[in-house]
Design a protein around this ligand. Structure first.
Ligand code: RP5
Length: 161
């Protein structure tokens, strides 16, 4: 039987997948059970409500939420779950993701969203941070994460040419 998902990756649109798949790729590489869904704060508000209010009860431990433009998804999700929410600003066409970043990062005190960088790096790091959170209570995952980090370190060349 497949393991129940520990990390929920949600995004505002299918157009966000090209960015958000990098979070999923990291979780796959670290063998962390996860699920992926399109949940829009604006176009499917009921789906967002149902997702966020049921997330902890379904056994999720971390939510990664990516959105672009008027990126209200991470903040609204954080408003409705006590789970840590990691926000990924997706690069928008009009403003290159500055709109997404500012929409996600400027949360009012009391409702935190851990905001990552715009785009691929942010999605990658959201996956790594979700794994790091889970690894605080999972020694086997901690070893896999250490090994992933060591491989990354070994892959960095000394010589730029
Ligand atoms: C946001 O609007 C989504 O997160 C996406 O980044 C952006 C554009 O969505 P589409 O018009 O491509 O569906 O809600």
């Amino acid at each position: 039987m497949a393991q129940a998902p520990l990390v929920g990756i949600i995004m505002g649109s299918t157009s966000d997948w090209e960015t958000m798949r990098h979070a999923a790729d990291i979780l796959k590489a670290l063998n962390v059970a996860h699920e992926v869904k399109v949940v829009s704060a604006h176009r499917t508000p009921q789906r967002l409500y149902d997702y966020a209010t049921s997330a902890a009860g379904r056994g999720l431990k971390v939510v990664i939420a990516g959105a672009g433009g008027a990126a209200h998804l991470p903040g609204m999700a954080a408003a409705m779950t006590r789970l840590p929410v990691l926000g990924v600003p997706v690069e928008s066409k009009a403003l290159s993701g500055m709109d997404s970043l500012l929409s996600i990062v400027q949360m009012p005190g009391g409702v935190p969203v851990g905001t990552l960088a715009i785009g691929k790096a942010g999605a990658t790091n959201a996956g790594l941070m979700a794994a790091a959170i889970l690894a605080t209570a999972d020694d086997v995952l901690a070893e896999r994460l250490d090994a992933w980090r060591a491989t990354q370190t070994d892959s960095v060349a000394n010589d730029p040419q």
